[in-house]
Design a protein around this ligand. Structure first.
Ligand code: ZN
Ligand code: ZN
Ligand code: FE
Length: 757
């Protein structure tokens, strides 16, 4: 890894043992020559592995014992021999570090009145600070980062050049005399209220008096306010166009988070780790945090401060702050000052800015713990561009373009998959620009020249159009969306060979031109055979049916009861007329704008609306997320899906009829929700049993957006494991469409290798 302080570490270790020699970076890693007595050298090698600096990751140490003695007089760090930009395609690369949260040494200095960086919001060192977000090009040195605009003062330069200093070659190093400065201004005009010290003091008191601040951070802007001030939270929601998406929170310490949430040991470790993700935690019922922070949910997303600015802002604050992405509705996070002022001007009362440019916009990552293990929900700041190491060997370099929602792309070489930071929903020009610029940036940073382009089958995705528009002579490989989901989970778990694949999802383009999403496969990396799927139903209005779950509820009711369902004595039925059921019915009858879908996500939507949970959504997956949140955790009953005589077609009508009869009989919707969840888990177990019998397969791979549902995931894992299956779920890449690019790349690679393109 570049810029993690490995050479100075080697220098210190060698000097301590009085060894002489040289250390330098070479394209394959680090090359060390040491001379001295045998025992010391053995000790040196042991120490290298045992005490390596926190950001380095030693993949292997190779020793060639007998070099001709060169009689070195000292131990010296040599400058890197940098490769030229036009270097050949087979050359090695050195990975680039993700951004790293402020380390303990820097924190001590930050709060030490004697230190020259006391309360300096941009303090960093070799072990911490911005990396990926400020790097413009390689090799990684200051001249190729956005820090090049700040000339180091003599003191900073002396530290930077001193191998024994902890800031030796810390490229973003800075101090109050020479580095970036804070400023606070009123929106949208940039009349500055204060700089650095006073900016911080005033910003804190503004927050505590109920104001909304736009704060420029590491990878983009946050919108911040006092979470215990419900007026502020309400105002923030309204100004962000009343969207219901949960707001992320930041607290000064784990102790404060524990006042509001259950925090397990694993969750605490994640909160404290250098990646500093948002960790989704279970809310305590008595927490004083207003419900509107995360409407309809029992979870809160918390993170700890990860930049010195955050530490200063939250110091001694007894309450968390809202720290949500600085964007408008569905747009990507703002990262340029001008852009932020124009887009966030109507939302924020004040702007806390600084003059260090952000080169790569990177959202906060989101993660959670299930079964004692981390499952990443959004892989971005702190994680990207760290490659995923896999056992697959990528013979040719692949660019996989991902899907549309929660897009990421992926580039491969050797045993690495470089999955991009979270790009967002590829639905507007701003996101498309981040996508294409991101691809170019990754190619340059990692010296990649993909010859194979993998993309989704959906002809309308912007990522597909991008792939098809590349007019280089590359091999282009379309990949079915749900096959990609399964392959992604296989690559995530480093398994190979045939598996039973369960892809439950919102929507993906099927090989028959229909919209799939409730799919069971026998699959490997090359091919996927669809062995069972949810029976298709119409999706009246197409995309509109996704935003209006009541449409899917009406479809499933009609499907299960015929047109007489309107006479059922259900609250849901009372609103039908006014919502426009007659129009919908004729659309279905004439098959007008009614694509057919086998999506499990849409069935969750239907049940959510039927139970009166949510009939109109304003963020993706909301209906299903709220359906999960309200489910009665103590209920153990379930309904039964009917599986066609060929074992292939799964009918939901019985489930819908049973749920309706429960509702009519007075069963609480929370119990019906729980029963529905368990029905889906049992369906998965049944199909898996069937496939095991017929195909002699015992490994089940679970993927697709529906498995973000932790209740369903837990029930499914329980049932499958108790019948002896080996079950694989996502951990390092998301189960949602953020993981698709890895699956596409793995499939393209396997097809090239096997010659089945
Ligand atoms: Zn540090
Ligand atoms: Zn300085
Ligand atoms: Fe998907």
């Amino acid at each position: 890894m570049q810029g993690v302080g490995f050479r100075p570490f080697v220098y210190t270790q060698a000097s301590r043992l009085d060894l002489r020699g040289r250390v330098r970076n070479n394209p394959a890693g680090v090359l060390i020559e040491v001379e001295g007595n045998h025992g010391d050298i053995v000790q040196f090698v042991t120490d290298l592995k045992a005490n390596a600096p926190p950001l380095s990751a030693i993949e292997s140490v190779e020793c060639n014992h007998y070099l001709q003695p060169a009689d070195y007089a000292d131990f010296v760090i040599l400058e890197s021999v940098h490769e030229t930009a036009n270097a050949g395609r087979d050359e090695n690369f050195v990975p680039i570090s993700a951004d790293v949260a402020t380390c303990d040494d820097c924190l001590r200095e930050l709060f030490d009145p004697q230190d020259r960086r006391y309360q300096y919001p941009f303090i960093n060192c070799t072990n911490c600070g911005p990396r990926f977000t400020i790097i413009e090009d390689i090799p990684y040195d200051r001249a190729r980062t956005t820090m090049r605009e700040f000339e180091m003062c003599p003191q900073c330069r002396a530290e930077y050049e001193d191998p024994t200093n902890r800031r030796f070659h810390a490229e973003p190093t800075a101090c109050p005399a020479c580095g970036p400065q804070l400023s606070l201004s009123v929106s949208p005009a940039r009349s500055v209220i204060g700089v650095t010290d006073s900016a911080l003091t005033v910003a804190r008191s503004l927050l505590l008096s109920g104001k909304i601040l736009a704060i420029k951070g590491i990878g983009g802007f946050h919108l911040a306010c006092d979470v215990l001030n419900s007026d502020s939270v309400e105002r923030l929601r309204q100004r962000k166009y009343r969207e219901d998406k949960p707001f992320a929170l930041m607290a000064a310490s784990v102790e404060i988070i524990k006042e509001h949430c259950q925090v397990s040991r694993e969750e605490e470790e994640l909160l404290l780790c250098g990646r500093r993700p948002i960790v989704v935690l279970e809310r305590k019922p008595d927490s004083a945090i207003p419900r509107m922070v995360a409407p309809g949910l029992n979870n809160l997303g918390f993170m700890l401060p990860y930049s010195p600015l955050h530490h200063l802002l939250l110091k001694d604050l007894d309450r968390p702050l809202v720290m949500t992405s600085g964007n408008v509705s569905d747009e990507p996070i703002c990262y340029g000052d001008g852009q932020a002022v124009s887009r966030l001007g109507k939302i924020a009362d004040y702007f806390l800015l600084h003059d260090r440019r952000i080169h790569m916009r990177t959202d906060d990552s989101v993660t959670r713990v299930q079964d004692g293990r981390e499952i990443v929900v959004r892989r971005s700041r702190g994680y990207a561009p760290g490659p995923i190491r896999t056992r697959l060997r990528f013979e040719t370099q692949v660019l996989a373009c991902g899907a549309e929602l929660k897009n990421t792309f992926c580039l491969t070489r050797d045993n690495y998959a470089f999955i991009s930071h979270h790009i967002g929903d590829l639905e507007n020009l701003e996101t498309l620009r981040s996508f294409t610029e991101g691809i170019d940036h990754f190619k340059r940073l990692f010296h990649l020249h993909p010859e194979v382009i993998a993309y989704d089958l959906h002809p309308e995705y912007l990522s597909t159009k991008y792939a098809l528009g590349i007019n280089e002579t590359s091999i282009k490989i379309p990949v079915q969306h749900h096959h990609a989901h399964i392959a992604s989970c296989m690559a995530d778990n480093e398994i190979d060979g045939e598996v039973i694949g369960v892809a439950l999802d919102g929507l993906g383009f099927g090989t028959d031109g229909r919209l799939w999403g409730g799919e069971f496969f026998v699959a490997d990396f090359v091919a996927a055979e669809r062995i069972a799927h949810l029976a298709e139903v119409p999706m009246p209005g197409g995309a509109k049916a996704i935003r209006e779950p009541w449409r899917m509820a009406a479809v499933y009711l009609q499907h299960s009861f015929g047109d007489e369902f309107v006479n059922l004595d259900l609250p849901f039925v009372k609103d039908l007329e006014q919502r426009g059921w007659p129009t919908l019915r004729s659309m279905i009858a004439t098959k007008t704008n009614c694509p057919e879908t086998s999506s499990m996500g849409r069935l969750f939507d239907a049940v959510s609306s039927l139970l009166g949970v949510r009939s109109f959504t304003n963020y993706e997956g909301q209906a299903a997320i709220e359906l999960e949140a309200m489910a009665d955790r103590d209920s153990a009953d379930s309904y039964e899906f009917r599986i066609g005589s060929d074992g292939k077609l799964i009918e939901a009508a019985d489930v819908v009829r049973a749920a309706v009869s429960d509702l009519l009989g007075g069963t609480a919707p929370s119990v019906v929700s729980a029963r529905f969840h368990r029905s889906v888990a049992r369906l998965i177990a049944t199909i898996a049993d069937q496939a095991r019998e017929e195909r002699k397969l015992n490994r089940v791979v679970l993927s697709g957006g529906v498995f973000q549902n932790i209740l369903l995931l837990r029930q499914t894992l329980g049932l499958l494991r108790s019948s002896g299956f080996e079950v694989f779920t996502h951990a390092r890449v998301p189960t949602n469409d953020g993981g698709i690019s890895l699956g596409q790349a793995s499939i393209a690679n396997a097809r090239i290798k096997s010659g089945r393109i």
